[in-house]
Design a protein. Structure first.
Length: 226
């Protein structure tokens, strides 16, 4: 066999070996990618459960703060927002009871704000007063709109009044207009307006539900959140 033929055979073997190596590498990479995807899926599933549990715990704690005297909370349905810009989450709205009597309602609202939806839990008493407001979820800008939920940001420091505190005790019939009866967060008018509108809508919706009576209330009964 001539040197030329031997060289051709050597080159052929090298090309074949190279193709096998590339194929082997591709299989290994595919296996690693599959394993990584499976791992990420497990991590996501676990994280999702943790987040869901945390949100449930936050909701229970907020309910207890809004209605500390209540001994039961019942899920309610059939409640509608009078403001098309504000959504009332049916799965997270409750009546508050004491000794079997309804003393108020806590409605979870969702409304578009500066950087996505802001979700607020609003407590409303049967006499049409706002019992309290809790900012549950938001994606607002730190130092600006995020101050809506901050325990360290005061719209009136002399009175120790935080942004969400100012709604407590207001009548549902108040205008809830920023720069009038609602003190805004500095440089965050959009966030301030979103929360104010949510509180107003929740208050009006609760009054309508109170007037309808408990017939639209679900049978599921929840004990007082611990």
């Amino acid at each position: 066999m001539s040197e030329h033929q031997q060289g051709q055979k050597t080159e052929a073997r090298q090309r074949k070996g190279g193709l096998k190596g590339m194929l082997r590498l591709g299989i290994i990479l595919a296996l690693y990618s599959s394993a990584a995807c499976v791992g990420l899926a497990f991590v996501y599933a676990g994280t999702e459960k943790v987040i869901a549990q945390r949100q449930k715990d936050d909701l229970n704690a907020a309910l207890s703060e809004l209605f500390y005297e209540a001994d039961e909370f019942r899920a309610i349905t059939g409640i509608r927002s009078p403001d098309p810009a504000v959504d009332i989450e049916q799965e997270a709205s409750f009546s508050a009871l004491k000794n079997g009597e309804i003393i108020g309602a806590a409605l979870k609202t969702s409304r578009a704000s500066y950087n996505g939806a802001i979700k607020v839990l609003v407590g409303v008493s049967v006499d049409g007063k706002i019992c309290g407001v809790k900012i549950l979820e938001h994606n607002e800008t730190p130092g600006l709109g995020a101050n809506a939920a901050s325990a360290n940001y005061y719209v009136d420091r002399a009175k120790g009044l935080r942004f969400y505190d100012q709604f407590t005790g207001k009548s549902v019939n108040d205008p809830f207009t920023v720069k009038q009866d609602v003190i805004i967060i500095t440089a965050a008018t959009i966030t301030s307006r979103a929360v104010a509108a949510s509180v107003k809508a929740a208050g009006e919706a609760a009054l309508v539900w109170f007037a309808q009576g408990p017939s639209s209330q679900e049978a599921d009964l929840f004990g007082r959140a611990q």
